[in-house]
Write a protein that binds this ligand. Structure first.
Ligand SMILES: Nc1nc2c(ncn2[C@@H]2O[C@H](COP(=O)(O)OP(=O)(O)O)[C@@H](O)[C@H]2O)c(=O)[nH]1
Ligand SMILES: [Mg+2]
Length: 375
């Protein structure tokens, strides 16, 4: 019974002497973990078949564990994760995918809760995902404030999943995309993807959703400066939130201002004119209307073929992303490349060689490793 396993947080370069090994415990229902909860000794290992069947059945516990597998940075989980994704892929693609961005405090989580509850009430199954490529640096997780979605979290037809933490931008992007596909295979027909309006979040999310919504605020005078023009250009709709109480009038003014600006911008989606709308995520006013806009977008873009074409292009970007990530991981793990990289770092810092020379040396090392099939 001396079975051990290598925990996910074991450093990637740790060899067999790495001290930390975890004993596989004994599952015991009497440990107080309660039904449906993972006991302290850890969950029972599942086969790929178990994962696939569980996800397709809509089993939330298994869906969560499959996502954890996909998010794992441990090389041995990667293969299993990819196998699961490959198997569920034919069952994915059926949800309407909506990305939501906005500066912190704009009301994204509150809006998602209001919209999510509305949609659950209409019989939809709603998955909420978060993408935060900056979290590895800032350690701030946007759905860490899950409490803000208390009502939605209680809905049997809602599934809420925070952002995968750590890893490269490419890694976070792939993991989020694959999580989205798993949710679809599990029967969620609306996927809402939240991202913070900082860093690479918006472009990442734009690359995996059908409709992209930018939530904005009215504020003291600087209404329109607060938001990057580049983000507005990605939007299929601008939503001025917090249009309630004293703020209602100002929200209407901001909406009109945004509409004026949008008039001069190239729309994000061919054949669709991006407009600004107002809502209150607290009173619920305007929430139904924005959903109507999303549905109209879906119907019209499906009719014109733009919807399908965007999805194909996104699939292609996914392929490129996976290859990039794979190559990066290989580089990070290859002993030859790692050793050379350390040496280069020293020499560049000492201005002993130029960045161009340094890059050439490293590239040659990668080429050499590849030809030795060590890569
Ligand atoms: N009055 C009002 N407050 C709101 C509205 N939406 C969000 N808020 C508040 O704004 C704050 C930030 O909201 P949150 O959803 O966490 O923003 P996020 O950072 O974009 O996710 C919270 O205190 C919310 O209660 C709204 O429509 N009206
Ligand atoms: Mg939030």
């Amino acid at each position: 019974m001396a079975e051990t396993y290598r925990p996910e947080w074991t450093p990637e370069d740790a060899d067999s002497r790495f001290a930390c090994r975890v004993m596989t415990g004994v599952s015991d229902a009497k440990d107080g973990a309660g039904p449906g909860r993972v006991s302290a000794s850890g969950p029972k290992a599942l086969s790929v078949d178990d994962y696939v069947d569980g996800v397709l059945r809509g089993d939330r516990m298994i869906l969560s564990r499959a996502i954890t597998m996909i998010e794992s940075n441990a090389p041995k989980h990667f293969g299993t994760g990819q196998e699961i994704v490959g198997r569920i892929l034919p069952h994915s693609g059926r949800a309407l995918r909506v990305g939501i961005t906005g500066v912190p405090g704009a009301g994204k989580s509150t809006f998602i809760e209001a919209l999510g509850c509305l949609l659950c009430g209409r019989g939809h199954r709603v998955a909420v995902l978060a993408v935060d490529p900056s979290s590895s640096v800032s350690r701030g997780s946007i759905l860490g404030d899950k409490t803000r979605m208390e009502k939605l979290a209680r809905e049997a037809n809602a599934f809420i999943r925070p952002s995968p933490s750590g890893g490269t931008l490419g890694g976070v992007t792939r993991k989020s995309r694959e999580t989205l596909l798993l949710c679809e295979a599990a029967g969620y027909d609306v996927v809402l993807v939240e991202t913070v309006g900082v860093g690479q979040g918006e472009t990442t999310v734009r690359s995996m959703v059908d409709f992209f919504l930018v939530i904005v605020l009215t504020g003291a005078g600087d209404d329109l400066q607060g938001i990057k023009k580049g983000v507005i250009e990605l939007a299929d709709a601008i939503l001025v939130n917090k249009a309630d109480g004293d703020n209602r009038e100002r929200a209407m003014v901001a909406r009109a201002d945004y509409n004026q600006i949008l008039h001069y911008l190239r729309p994000a989606t061919d054949g669709w004119a991006t407009h600004a709308y107002a809502c209150s995520s607290v009173t619920g006013e305007g929430i139904e209307n924005i959903w109507r806009v999303v549905l109209e977008f879906r119907d019209r873009m499906k009719m014109s073929g733009v919807f399908e074409k965007r999805r194909r292009l996104q699939a292609l970007a996914w392929v490129d992303g996976m290859v990039d990530e794979h190559i990066r991981n290989r580089m990070a793990r290859n002993p030859m490349v790692v050793a050379r990289r350390k040496e280069i770092e020293r020499r560049v810092m000492a201005e002993d060689i130029s960045p161009t020379q340094a890059a050439k040396i490293l590239i040659d090392t990668v080429d050499e490793a590849m030809s030795l099939k060590e890569f």
